[in-house]
Write a new protein. Structure first.
Length: 157
């Protein structure tokens, strides 16, 4: 889970081969070997590059999931995100985080509408991040929307 966070951190942190310092920037802190492995993965995937200055920087301001990305990897990635969110409930006070939940009933038509609005919000947040000249912290943003009941006909959705 720390690989995407390290990529984002490289926008705001001048990293130049000090893996211990990079690892200590993460919360929770990771091992220097994990930080080094993350840099290797990001380089091999073409998501970051080492500039002439010696600093590692992302190649593109925003990346999105490729539809060909294996669902097994996607599921593991999402589980990692959810695990971090569970830890965040206890790690951060309410001024440092925004964690909330709502339970509500919807029609299938409105589910499609809500899903589109969630997609729009994600794009808005990515654009805001890209344009924010004062960004100084990497945040994780998760949204989960899933059925808790069968439909009114007793059918699984």
């Amino acid at each position: 889970m720390f690989i995407p966070a390290i990529r984002e951190l490289l926008f705001i942190y001048d990293f130049k081969d000090d893996y211990k310092a990079l690892a200590q920037k993460m919360t929770p802190t990771i091992k220097p070997n994990d930080a080094e492995q993350a840099i290797k993965v990001l380089l091999s995937c073409g998501l970051i590059e080492k500039k002439q200055t010696g600093f590692y920087k992302p190649c593109d301001p925003v990346i999105e999931k490729d539809s060909t990305f294996a669902s097994l990897y996607w599921a593991a990635y999402m589980q990692s995100n959810i695990s971090l969110a569970l830890e965040a409930v206890h790690r951060y006070n309410k001024e440092q985080r925004n964690i909330s939940a709502s339970t509500f009933a919807l029609s299938k038509e409105n589910l499609n509408y809500v899903s589109e609005k969630i997609k729009e919000l994600r794009h808005l947040l990515l654009k805001l991040s890209e344009e924010d000249s004062k960004r100084d912290v990497v945040y994780q943003f998760n949204i989960q929307l899933f059925p808790l009941t069968k439909d009114s006909n007793g059918q699984e959705i």
